[in-house]
Design a protein around this ligand. Sequence first.
Ligand code: GDP
Length: 528
Amino acid sequence: MSNAAIAQEVSKRRTFAIISHPDAGKTTITEKLLLLGNLIQKAGTVKGKKSDRHATSDWMTMEQDRGISITSSVMQFHWNDRVVNLLDTPGHEDFSEDTYRTLTAVDSALMIVDGAKGVEDRTIKLMDVCRLRDTPIFSFVNKMDRDIRDPIELLDEIEEVLKIQAAPINWPIGMSTFFKGVYNLYTDTIHVFKPGQNAVLSDDVRIQGLYSDEARALFEDDYDSYVEEIELVRGASHIFDREAFLAGKQTPVFFGTALANFGVREMLNDFVEWAPPPIARATTTREVSADEEPFSGFVFKIQANMDPKHRDRIAFMRICSGSYTRGMKMKHTRINKDVRIADAVTFLAGDRENVEEAWSGDIIGLHNHGTIQIGDTFTEGENLKFTGIPHFAPEMFQRVRSLDPLKIKQLQKGLQQLAEEGAVQLFQPLKNNDLVLGAVGQLQFEVVMFRLKDEYKVDCKYEPVSVQTARWVECNDNKMVEELRKKGYENLALDGGGLLTYLAPTRVNLSLTIERWPDVQFRATREH
Ligand code: GDP
């Protein structure tokens, strides 16, 4: 395919994720986007993924119905001649690593703010992650059908707490039972809210002109005060500046109600216009532009047993340049091997399908038979490695034992595969045959135990282990590594990818070890 053809396909792509605090409305808005994108016909068919953030038992019952999570891992739909890729992120903070990595695979993000609650904790954290790469942020203030806080105050809060300029694009007219719609400050159009259209595509009712007779009729007795407020806002707020938005310094703000299905379409119209097409990405050697002809991509997420019918492991790859065509040969650069890929999948409309073609900005799923790790780069031949896909040292550790001694192999396989997903990490101490599991949150241990039983038919138990933190060992001097292996034998282990790791029994021990080995790096994050 020629450069021009690739550039044309790439310019249509918009790849993004939603960031929000639990309960702000991510599931509801996703559903409305799918309704607009024609992936579903009626709202209420995508079940909320309460699964990954409420009680563990919920997670488990929900996960038994894994079809739901598959549908929402990656969603692709068309809108106004654009191709939109929406990547799902888990809601529970124990899965935040997964979210961080997914945010490395998008070009922009949509922030949802609960209008009654304002900016909440997790949104602040996720914004910090977005800021690392100046990801452009769209904002949607949700729940206008309820009593929300003063919209001006909400804008101030976004600016102060999130340190980003807020530029309202539309302005709410009333709220709660008096919510009448939104006024677009740039097109001088009132989009009229009609309640009771929660489940289907709502009508697109517009009134042109704030000073029109229709506007007067709609606002009734409150007309003067609404007009006054809008004029005030127009005068006092930031004017939308696309350059500032693309630089991550300003966010356009929309108001609406996802539940009552209003305002999402208006936001999406501008989103596909303003959000950036696939951006250039850094590798260890050079920047790769999205419309380069040769194919390249990196893996940001791996999921095992996504579909009980298939029982396989899928590696999610973000294409960063060129295009994928079915049956093409790619180079797996970490292991320096060429592979022919004939069965990459997409997850359109909840069903996996073989992809014939995909372009830069798209996400494809590769079947992983154990050779792919999170962070791996694939190219059409060039030796590249995309950077910036983090792995954090776990903070909690447990030893895992199989209740049935005959199932140790099975346990090992299960742990290895689940660890590939990156939510937990597996360590095998040099000194014994223990299997030590590390995680950043308690929920992950419970999920692993459940999945081992469900997917690998192994009953296991956890035992305390005297490890407080882990550090990846890095050193160019092989002799020194050998010495460390001897002297630090007691506390060294190999991680799931075979890398040498120091499992420190205490923080003090870690500091002493770092002091003792000044030429060795003990890393708290591992770049894949
Ligand atoms: P998530 O945790 O961010 O995915 O949030 P959900 O989409 O599951 O929404 C959390 C709760 O808020 C659910 O009970 C929704 O029905 C409700 N909700 C979402 N959007 C709106 C809205 O616009 N108005 C009202 N009143 N409730 C909403």
